[in-house]
Write a protein that binds this ligand. Structure first.
Ligand code: ADP
Length: 398
């Protein structure tokens, strides 16, 4: 069964058509500037690529229609008609406490996703727009919602509660939710396969290091703690996000510079992280280049990032009573051998021994620890779309 995977933003929409059973990617692309001047991109192996072509997309509905037209195009398409799409899997950012797994989309599910809008005011409305557009253009095709937060709903209360007055949890739903759940779940499954054990029998520390980064402790296939929190601002420093910091800093800076809370949060979300610290870039390739030329702040940003990731590795080993493997994934985790080496350095006491030659690799599923390393270190390219397609097919087939 072919599954169309949709990741809808407010003015953009990423799509992939996959056959999850074969693990095959048939086509993928992007609709951009929806509601503005509409740009359409389409790529399929052996077919003519469409690169940011002008296509009128006043709303997400025209964008979805453009995707379907391209997929079923006589010359460049990959399917004969829409009938060859068995279901649509939608990435939804926030499922709050309502969703601990992927679900078939019904009117009640749409209402529950709407109820989560206050928790993800930028993302959930865009995800809902994408779902409604698909329902309009593809009536009768089953749709599934796959949530970024769902995998983390297994965390125990001691991990997800903040030490705040209890009423903020009860009345206002303030708690740790965690994100990147689809990625952490996917790599946990792959890691168990690489270790040759059922996922229920392994302890893992999954490091999703990209533009946004989060670390998750996965015990027996279940998330038991994760570094992102109520929002994706928490945890380790990221490309432009600060990660955790002393809340007292907000009061101090806001008073000193007469900033409002929105301006302050804009600094924390968009001007901080390795970009803020390095004064160079949010991109780890630029940091590496600058540090190589002797830029001390760029080197500090790399060091700070790796140090904070390492501290989470130690913390989650403590939380789980050890770990069988450390997994690196996402843009930085898959490509930056220097960061991986910095994270693992000094962890020999807990049985982590990286193999420098094996670590000299990019974007490939492989073991990068030494043969006698008690804790395995794994590089696993993430594939959130395949995970979404797999779960969508499972739910629709039930
Ligand atoms: P997102 O969180 O937006 O999905 P990705 O997981 O794609 O991000 O990660 C993007 C980041 O990966 C880039 O900003 C860059 O810092 C990093 N990256 C990509 N390629 C490399 C590379 N070859 N070396 C180091 N870092 C890389």
């Amino acid at each position: 069964m072919n599954i169309l995977v949709i990741n809808a933003g407010s003015s953009s929409l990423k799509y992939q058509l996959l056959d999850p059973v074969k693990g095959a990617l048939l086509a993928k692309g992007l609709c951009e500037r929806i509601g503005i001047d509409g740009k359409f991109t389409y790529k399929a192996e052996g077919k003519k690529t469409i690169d940011a072509a002008d296509v009128a997309m006043p709303t997400h509905s025209e964008a979805i229609q453009a995707v379907l037209d391209a997929l079923a195009d006589k010359e460049n398409g990959v399917i004969a008609s829409m009938a060859e799409i068995g279901a649509v899997g939608h990435r939804v950012v926030h499922g709050g406490e309502a969703f601990n797994k992927s679900v078939l989309i019904t009117d009640e599910v749409l209402k529950a996703i709407e109820d989560c809008i206050p928790l993800a005011p930028l993302h959930n409305p865009a995800n809902l727009t994408g779902i409604r557009a698909c329902q309009k253009v593809m009536p009768g095709v089953p749709m599934v919602a796959v949530f970024d937060t769902a995998f983390h709903q297994t965390m125990p209360a001691k991990a997800y509660m903040y030490a705040l007055p209890y009423e903020y949890y009860e009345q206002d739903k303030v708690r740790r939710y965690g994100f990147h759940g689809t990625s952490h779940k996917y790599v946990a499954g792959r890691a168990a396969a690489m270790l040759g054990k059922p996922v229920e029998e392994v302890k893992l520390i999954s490091c999703h290091l990209g533009n946004g980064s989060s670390i998750t402790a996965v015990d027996g296939g279940k998330s038991v703690d994760t570094s992102m929190g109520f929002t994706p601002l928490a945890g380790v420093p990221m490309g432009t996000r600060s990660g955790d910091l002393d809340a007292g800093i907000l009061q101090y800076l806001m008073n000193k510079y007469g900033m409002g809370i929105d301006e302050m949060l804009n600094v924390l979300n968009k001007k901080s992280g390795v970009e803020g610290l390095s004064c160079v870039s949010s991109d780890f390739r630029d940091l590496e280049a600058a540090a190589g030329k002797g830029d001390a702040k760029a080197a500090l940003a790399q060091e700070k990032f790796a140090y904070e990731v390492k501290k989470y590795v130690g913390a989650y080993a403590a939380a789980m009573g050890g770990t069988d493997a450390i997994v690196f994934t996402a843009g930085v985790g898959e490509n930056d051998k220097a960061i991986r080496a910095m994270v693992c350095a000094g962890l020999e006491y807990m049985g982590v021994k990286l193999d420098a030659a094996a670590n000299d690799v990019r974007g490939k599923e492989t073991v990068i620890s030494a043969a006698d390393s008690k804790v395995k270190v794994l590089l696993i390219p993430t594939n959130e779309e395949l995970m979404i397609a797999t779960e969508t097919a499972e739910i629709v087939n039930k």
